[in-house]
Design a protein around this ligand. Sequence first.
Ligand code: IPE
Ligand code: IPE
Ligand code: MG
Length: 249
Amino acid sequence: MTAEPFVTSSLPADIDTQKLPRHVAVIMDGNGRWAKQQGLPRIMGHRRGVDTLKKLLRTCNDWGVGALTAYAFSTENWGRPLEEVAFLMTLFERVLRQELRDMDKEGVRIQFVGNLQSLPASLQEEIDRAVQQTQSNPGIRFTVATNYGGRQEIVQACRAIATQVQRGQLAPEDIDESLFSHHLYTANLEDPDLLIRTSGEMRLSNFLLWQLAYAELYVTDTLWPDFDPTEFHRALCAYQKRHRRFGKV
Ligand code: IPE
Ligand code: IPE
Ligand code: MG
């Protein structure tokens, strides 16, 4: 158990609260490359990546960002070496068990999106516990995408809607964007305003394909384990300089 006091930091003076993203999504990429740079096995990068996420969550909560969504494991990541996948599953479970108390105390509301039924049973139990324990908390909405794939999410939504149509509970004309988005895992969330991807890759890698339609994209070459509050501040500065037009002039 960590006994360190919670250090809260306030929003930097050059960030306009009116222009703060309400929902930030992150593709936490570059753990393996970070480890390689240090001459360490890839798993050490994942371990360090957890510290980065903890710090970012706390920073978002302190600075008044309403929601943070982090991509932890994609449906494609099962294709990695067996030992790495096993390490990640164990890591998620252990971190969740260790951090739940502190997150709860800090008012974090945690939820998970993705195909959770295919995760190890012991991890599902930790997930259920964490979700239940924090569901009424007043603080940041923290969403972890685990065994998440954007296409898979859209397909499962189509299936659910098709079933309702087949049963006569819904007419095809009733299907609109709002109804559709209520069948996604993120039904209770606003779309992200800002997507951050670390380690320089210019792609979405199957993350929140529907929800990111009008997000501002910010890509940094910094590897995820090195993405600190200073880097996050830089991303927010870039974001608040953007002119969001949403197709208008
Ligand atoms: C992101 O880091 C973490 C996960 C996908 C779980 P990577 O493991 O993809 O790191 P790189 O891209 O190989 O450096
Ligand atoms: C995206 O990173 C998935 C997560 C961060 C969980 P990847 O490293 O899996 O993406 P690709 O393979 O570079 O597209
Ligand atoms: Mg990667």
